[in-house]
Design a protein around this ligand. Structure first.
Ligand code: FRU
Length: 493
């Protein structure tokens, strides 16, 4: 490998590792999520289970806490719970990727771990004046990657496609490789489909799906296409959708279509948002060796205030989630079962009690909570859980019995962006089940088995650690409630 390139990788590695030593104990540092050693990350990339181990790469700028020329950071795990940082996998260097190794995916070919990514080159100081091409890097050990001499392996744009041509997601089906790419035409997002027999020569098949003039945005980033429970699901991350009521309230969205794919193309239903919280974008999935379809997202949002920048880092990935397609065409996201390994001691246990007003249950900043409420026996208009409670701070999950809506309120969460998000939750047997993962600066709420999910960053003061159950306008019946303290996977042992 070119010694100047190796030096560039080493510089990035060393710089971030040194900074990590200075910032690792800052208060909002996440305890059980994938975060960079230091500085900036965005999209999850290259998700794969390779030789039994889970690998996750991510968009990484190792030098400052802001987006910049993109590198690929890398972690791996044998259990989806305990992650280990590995050397930086890719650095921008060649003429075709000198301004960034943008998002992409990973596959295994002939025993090698192969990354397929977008090489980005700016032509002027204008985000639309750019060249984006698709490139390949290979590794025999799953740690050190060599860019292919034939790069870029795809650079010609199909007729009508704009030069925003990025985020290759590659998979194998019937001995052929397929790739979807994000694109746009006349300010409307679309996804392009390609086929290859060797990952090197790509043939354009056509447009897989596109915005035909609806409220679906001007660019579709990070496409992903897979079969799940007999249907074809297309995930996209559109830029430029307008908010509609409680939908699409973030600057950018991640969502999906469900449909049928055959020789006559992809026929699909309407776009549905995946997560109703504030911070969830650029999701990617992969199939693991157990045949599960697993998803990671970026647990932040573009152009948001990120208070951890002052501590020398910015960005994290969501917990791994398992996807299921329900018969009514809704994608369900559940935290993977392995996450139970994080549980340490129980911080609270309640069974069969009624609560009126407010009860403090526990204290903590890294917790898992599982609560089941009986709606038939509840007279309260609103009830729920408050966490990271201090003198003036609280983050509140509210269920409104009349509107049947779940609300995530971070108006008083502490530093950082505020605002509430709300979403309908379908209830079964008149029960509401809340499954919550709280980390030092994040909350992920899975309601009724992943039927409604909300993911948000919060930045409370270190002293705000109370957890409460509450009910207003009557009593809430708690069938059961359990809280566990969780392990800090990054702590030195
Ligand atoms: C999505 C995205 C991708 C791009 C990457 C650059 O968040 O804009 O389209 O490849 O981030 O970091």
């Amino acid at each position: 490998m070119n010694p100047d390139y190796l030096q560039k990788l080493e510089e990035a590695e060393k710089f971030a590792a040194e900074k990590y030593e200075r910032i690792k104990h800052t208060p909002h540092r996440l305890g059980f999520h994938i975060t960079p050693p230091a500085n900036w990350i965005n999209d999850p990339n290259g998700l794969i289970q390779y030789k039994g181990e889970y690998h996750v790469f991510y968009q990484y700028h190792p030098f400052i806490e802001e987006w910049g020329p993109m590198y690929w950071g890398h972690v791996k795990s044998s259990d989806l719970v305990h992650w280990k940082h590995l050397p930086v996998a890719l650095a921008p260097f060649e003429d075709y990727d000198k301004d960034g190794c943008f998002s992409g995916s990973a596959v295994e070919e002939k025993g090698e771990l192969v990354l397929i990514y977008t090489g980005n080159v700016w032509l002027k100081n204008d985000p639309n004046e750019l060249i984006q091409v698709q490139c390949i890097a290979r590794s025999k050990d799953g740690i050190h990657f060599e860019k292919d001499k034939a790069n870029p392996v795809l650079k010609e744009l199909p007729i009508g496609a704009s030069n925003h041509f990025r985020d290759p997601k590659v998979w194998k089906e019937n001995d052929k490789w397929y790739m979807v790419l994000g694109n746009k035409e006349s300010e409307k997002g679309k996804v392009l489909l390609y086929q290859s027999s060797d990952l090197m020569q790509w043939d354009y098949i056509g447009i897989l799906a596109e915005n035909k003039g609806e409220n679906l945005g001007f660019m579709w980033e990070c496409p992903d296409f897979f079969k799940l429970d007999g249907k074809h699901v297309l995930l996209i991350s559109p830029e430029g959708m307008e908010a509609e009521g409680e939908n699409y309230r973030n600057l950018k969205q991640s969502g999906y279509f469900v449909g049928e794919f055959n020789d006559s193309g992809y026929r699909h239903g309407h776009f549905q948002e995946l997560d109703k919280g504030h911070d969830f974008y650029a999701v990617q999935t992969f199939e693991d060796e157990q045949g599960r379809r697993l998803l990671f997202g970026w647990m932040d949002m573009w152009e948001q205030e990120m208070p951890t920048k002052k501590d020398g880092w910015a960005g994290a990935l969501t917990l791994p989630r398992e996807l299921e397609l329900r018969a009514d065409g809704k994608l369900i996201m559940k935290p993977v079962k392995e996450l139970e390994k994080l549980r340490m001691d129980q911080a609270a246990v309640l069974e069969e009690i009624f609560v009126e007003g407010e009860n403090t249950l526990a204290f903590g900043e890294m917790l898992e909570m599982k609560a089941e409420f009986s709606l038939t026996e509840t007279s309260a208009e609103e009830f729920g859980l408050k966490m990271r409670c201090g003198e003036t701070e609280e983050t509140v999950i509210i269920y409104n019995k009349l509107s049947r809506k779940l609300v995530l309120d971070r108006e008083k969460s502490g530093a950082g962006p505020k605002e509430v998000r709300s979403a309908a939750v379908k209830t079964v047997d008149d029960k509401l089940v809340l499954h919550i993962y709280l980390d030092r600066s994040s909350i992920e709420v899975f309601a009724n088995g992943g039927e409604t999910v909300m993911t948000s960053r919060i930045y409370p003061g270190i002293e705000s650690q109370g957890v409460k159950v509450f009910a207003t306008g009557g009593k809430v019946k708690v069938n059961s409630l359990r809280i566990w303290n969780l392990e800090d996977i990054w702590a030195e042992k």
